[in-house]
Design a protein around this ligand. Structure first.
Ligand code: ATP
Ligand code: MG
Length: 367
């Protein structure tokens, strides 16, 4: 577990960067604790890479401050920015750029050579990290005579060989195929935990972020929308953007009937029991939206509408192996996708009930 009260490895204070009229980074404040994986997650163009490049020293900031291990390394007000090679950082970027004309060993040894580390120390350090990333014995191999996943590990080994305080990873798994990517996710997390190194990670893939991170910052248009653990963001999203960005979500417009109950206009006979405290958050709003995750809905053979239950018809069924995705249409004419296990199969045309576990639902002002 990352140290909660330890001094931050990295701190950003109101960092800003504008390109022409684009505010790529629009006032970002965050801190990364020792041993923590902190992830910037957001759609393309939201400013993730620019933030990372500012930390690396590859981009100068317009305003704000960056501190590494408590030491100021960049300041907009002072017009000061420490050059990249003098920051104690390891980096792996999207195009991981291992050097093709060098062997695996030479690739990994390169940062040590730059720093004038003696040969015998280099030899044992490189062997050690190659072992850590599962490439021992491959040091003399040409760097490009490796699989994609192995090349990825060379890039990682090169980034950690001089034991930096912080590792910056910008979509480091994006060049890999889906299967290898899932495997490397888990390996990367295990390696990070073994090394106890802090990581600032960038991705637009929410599953990758959930698996790898201690905390995630969801980013939009150069700003942080919400920062929290994967569980907190998934279960208690603070905005519709975060709610919809992390995993799938089903929404239904409802009207509040009392503090505990809501009904869905057009869905005759359907009443939803709201989680305690839910309605208080949206007092004074007449149009409301109830949102839940697909796993909070189950399909039942009894199609009668009622408490927490919508009447619906199965329109389509997609068999995906471990689960079936049903396209359904409610009695009120709303279409939605419901995920179910293989245990109970329904054919298109079947009348069913959709039971919503509303204790897991969230209530929002109308959109
Ligand atoms: N050198 C540059 N010159 C001009 N505009 C830039 C430059 N670098 C980035 N931008 C713009 O800044 C914004 C943020 O870019 P950035 O690369 O940080 O996004 P990102 O979140 O990493 O996106 P992606 O997921 O596609 O990699 C974008 O609108 C981009 O077009
Ligand atoms: Mg990027």
């Amino acid at each position: 577990m990352p140290a909660i009260n330890g001094d931050a490895v990295l701190e950003l204070r109101d960092v800003q960067k504008t390109f022409g009229s684009t505010a790529a980074v629009d006032g970002i404040t965050l801190s990364v604790s020792p041993g923590e994986v902190f992830t910037l997650l957001g759609p393309s163009g939201c400013g993730k890479s620019t933030t990372l490049r500012i930390v690396a020293g590859l981009e100068e900031l317009d305003a704000g401050e960056v501190l590494l291990g408590g030491r100021l390394i960049a300041s907009g007000a002072r017009g000061f920015s420490l050059p990249p090679e003098r920051r104690d950082l390891g980096m792996v970027f999207q195009s991981y750029a291992i050097w093709p004309h060098m062997t695996v060993f030479e690739n990994v040894a390169f940062p040590l050579k730059l720093r004038g580390v003696p040969k015998n120390v280099t030899q044992s350090r490189v062997e050690h990290v190659l072992d850590l990333v599962g490439l021992s014995g491959l040091g003399s191999r040409g760097a490009t005579d490796l699989s994609g996943g192995q090349q990825q590990r060379v890039a990682l080994a090169r980034a950690i060989v001089y034991e930096p305080k912080l590792l910056l990873l910008d979509e480091p798994l994006s060049n890999l195929d889906a299967k290898l990517r899932e495997h490397m996710r888990i390996e990367l997390r295990a390696l990070q935990q073994r090394l106890g190194i802090a990581v600032l990670f960038v991705t637009h893939d929410q599953a990758e972020a959930m698996v790898l991170s201690d905390r995630i910052a969801v980013m939009q248009s150069g700003r942080l929308e919400q920062v929290g653990t994967p569980v907190a963001l998934y279960e208690r999203p603070a905005s519709p953007f975060v709610r919809d960005f992390l995993g799938r979500v089903l929404t239904l417009e409802v009207c509040l009937r009392s503090a505990e109950r809501a009904e869905a206009p057009g869905e005759a006979g359907v009443v939803f029991q709201l989680p305690p405290g839910c309605s208080r958050a949206v007092d004074g709003t007449s149009k409301l939206v109830l949102a839940w995750r697909p796993e909070n809905v189950s399909i039942e053979p009894d199609s009668a509408p009622g408490l927490n239950r919508l009447s619906a018809i199965i329109e389509s069924a997609a068999y995906l192996g471990e689960r079936i995705e049903y396209g359904v249409r409610t009695a009120g004419g709303r279409s939605m996708l419901v995920v179910s296990t293989r245990q109970n199969r329904y054919e298109p045309g079947a009348m069913v009930g959709l039971r919503v576990d509303t204790s897991e639902a969230t209530l929002w002002p109308g959109e």
